[in-house]
Design a protein. Structure first.
Length: 186
């Protein structure tokens, strides 16, 4: 007990059994008190970081034109579903033939879509939606032309978004069909 709590080391020790039990309890309570304060501080720090992440993601989502018409309730659902990512220039975001488990919204920067007729997409655009809608492998390789700030939406969250905000899901589906009709490989 003395070694665990690093107190005393034999300088002064209780003589009776009850005194030793009481001293051990006091030592353990002292450790518990410090652990309690450390836990409270860590929880507060975590909540603050989480709140800041939510606010930052909210600002990113609000910058995407597709989401600007939505009310705050719908935005909260979308903010919880989207995951922000920053990719340096030249990074491959997704490769042709891969299984698509998410789509991406571009907040800032530009991406290059490698198709027979290469396309460059900028802020407010999205890509990767066809893999979520059709379940087919990725039809093009997409890389960051500049440093790009993205929001990724996973398949499960896309299904949830489709139920809660059908107008957004319709826009995404229409765009996917237009892209498929415009370029068979895209």
């Amino acid at each position: 007990m003395v070694t665990l709590s690093t107190t005393g080391y034999g300088d002064v020790t209780p003589q009776s059994f009850a005194g030793r039990v009481l001293a051990g309890l006091v030592m353990m309570c002292g450790i518990g008190i410090f652990a309690l304060w450390a836990g409270i501080l860590a929880t507060g720090f975590y909540e603050e970081v989480r709140r800041q992440d939510f606010v930052r993601t909210w600002q990113l989502v609000a910058a995407v034109p597709l989401f600007q018409r939505l009310g705050s309730g719908a935005l909260v659902e979308i903010v919880r579903a989207l995951r922000p990512r920053v990719m340096p220039a030249g990074t491959i975001i997704c490769r042709k033939g891969e299984t698509g488990d998410r789509m991406f919204f571009i907040v800032e920067g530009r991406v290059s879509v490698a198709t027979p007729n290469p396309v460059e997409l900028g802020s407010g655009s999205f890509f990767g939606e066809m893999a979520l809608i059709s379940g087919e492998p990725r039809s093009a390789t997409v890389s960051a032309a500049t440093e790009v700030s993205l929001l990724s939406l996973y398949s499960v969250d896309f299904q949830m978004l489709s139920r809660s905000s059908p107008e957004i899901a319709d826009i995404i589906r229409r765009t996917a069909l237009e892209r498929r009709g415009a370029t068979p490989d895209a």
